[in-house]
Structures are given as C-alpha cells and as structure tokens.
Design a protein around this ligand. Structure first.
Ligand SMILES: [Zn+2]
Ligand SMILES: [Zn+2]
Length: 168
C-alpha cells in the first residue's frame, strides 16, 4: 500500500480533504448517515497523523464554539469505527483516521514513541500468519489490532534526517 499519507512532508490539507470525500462516498453507498457532527469529528481525528484522544476531540469541538456532550462524541466515534473510517489505538486510548476505509481490515500500526505519529500498514501476510498461529493454539481471533512501538523513519534518522517539518 502506498503510504503517501505518512510521508514526512506532504500537504496534509489534501489528506483531510481526501478522507472526508471518501467518507462521504462510503456512507452514501452504505446508506449510513454522516451527520455534520460525525463529519466534524472525523475531520478532527484527521487533524494530524498522530492518534487523538476523545477528550482532545471534545476540546477541539469546544474551540468551534460547540457544546458537544461527551456521549455524543463517543457515539460519533463509535459510528466512525463501525464504518471503518477510523481505528482505535488501544494502547494510547486514541483514534486515528484510516487511509483505506473501503475494504474492512484489521489495523496494523507503527507507532513512533518520539514524535507520536502512527503509520498504518496493511500486510495481508501478517494477518494470515497471525490467524494461522492463533488457530494452531486453538484460538479464534476476533478483533485484531497490531500495534508496534518504535521510531519512525524521520526520528530514527536523528540529526541526519531533514528538519522536523510538519506541513499542517
Ligand atoms: Zn485502516
Ligand atoms: Zn517519529
């Protein structure tokens, strides 16, 4: 999968636009209602490529001058999860936008402990190996999210890397 969206330097506004446009298409196809609030919550999740917690979303909504109650935001996130538009990063209790929400898939994430970015990879081989190994243990996997912590290309590169440019 091309990971244009996790590039060090990119026009992140394009990521957000693409994600919102795709969400609209997907929801229209499925007859799911992408309400204004759900759409705004998705946009806030996509603010960056760092996973964002529900409380951050709440406070950003507050910045809009909106009074959204926590349960409303949780329900919106629940909807986005069901539609595969976001993933939950369990270890961080946070959410990240999915770059390829059309086909259902388990999330595989590379989490940078230095800069906080999350890069989604989609390796069918990893998924297959996991299901096979679980089966050998007599275990039937349900929801699978793989979270790998370490250093992203930019952070691992240290001083040799390009300046920490956030194109946001
Ligand atoms: Zn995904
Ligand atoms: Zn990093």
């Amino acid at each position: 999968m091309p990971d244009r969206r996790s590039a060090d330097d990119h026009d992140h506004a394009t990521c957000i636009e693409d994600a919102l446009a795709e969400a609209e298409t997907i929801c229209a196809e499925r007859g799911a209602r992408l309400t204004e609030l759900r759409r705004r919550v998705l946009e806030l999740v996509w603010t960056s490529h760092e996973p964002v917690g529900a409380y951050d979303i709440l406070s950003r909504l507050g910045g809009d001058g909106r009074r959204a109650a926590p349960p409303t935001v949780y329900r919106a996130l629940e909807f986005l999860l069901e539609q595969g538009l976001v993933h939950r990063i369990e270890s961080l209790n946070a959410f990240i936008g999915c770059a390829s929400p059309k086909a259902p898939h388990s999330g595989q994430f590379l989490l940078c402990t230095a800069c906080g970015t999350a890069t989604e990879i989609a390796d069918a081989g990893i998924q297959a190996a996991l299901v096979k190994a679980a089966g050998l243990a007599g275990f039937r996997p349900g929801h699978v999210t793989i979270e790998v912590k370490g250093l992203c290309r930019r952070c691992a590169g240290g001083a040799a890397a390009e300046p920490h440019a956030h194109a946001h």
